[in-house]
Write a protein that binds this ligand. Sequence first.
Ligand code: PGA
Length: 267
Amino acid sequence: MHAVPDPAESTEAPSQGAAPSAMSPIPIVHASAAVAARACAEEIADLIEAEPQCVLGVATGGTMTGLYGSLKEVIRERELDLSGITCFALDEYLGLPEGDPRLFRSVLETHLVREIGLLPAQLVTPDPALAFEDPSEAAEQYEAALAGAGGVDLQLLGIGRNGHVAFNEPGADPAARTHVLPLEARTREDAAATFGGLELTPRRAVTVGVGTILDAKRLRLLAFGAGKAGIVARALTGPLTPDVPASLLRGHRDLAVHLDPQAAASL
Ligand code: PGA
């Protein structure tokens, strides 16, 4: 682990993404979540500049909101052309009405698509109505869409307090592709406030699998706050196990983990 100084206090560039070893990534501990978000946003902007047709894998959750704000700033500063990029979401709740603001599609339209100025068609999300009716057809369609786009160049990931990545809950099959699954109690508890109580919180979701995630060229995992310290330590320094789905990402050759000091406190 190494600390990355606040760029405001240092002229040294952070060694973001620097040669993380396949089995034990060296987490990048930034001075704050805002500094981490800025570093990730700069990397995404570099990718868009180098590969204007790139495919981004995007995530939802509080961790990502700040990142999308930073991305908006960087895109404006660099006057990037986004017309060639495509974004693929990781997952979606089932059982909510079309257009519900709590659907991840809606959240991403608000915090990403409108913020950075994409067309709605540049965001691809799993179809929750189809996933509800015909899980295998929905899964097949989503995998086909990902393959048709040439796969994900850079995948953003958060981590749940139970170690989930996307909605791959503990016990996840490391080779899994897109699928529908029941949500774990802890995941539903964490989402309950958004839905006005546990009883109203969706019980099922559609998610890309760990195998789908591992196909991305680059993985960028972000975790902020003391509440993530325990699971971050298990995911990065414990055994590679489906019990902690995020630990399975350590099998990827280009995984970088961005933390704030609080999330790194147990390392
Ligand atoms: P969060 O969610 O960013 O809201 O902490 C992360 C996750 O559950 O994957």
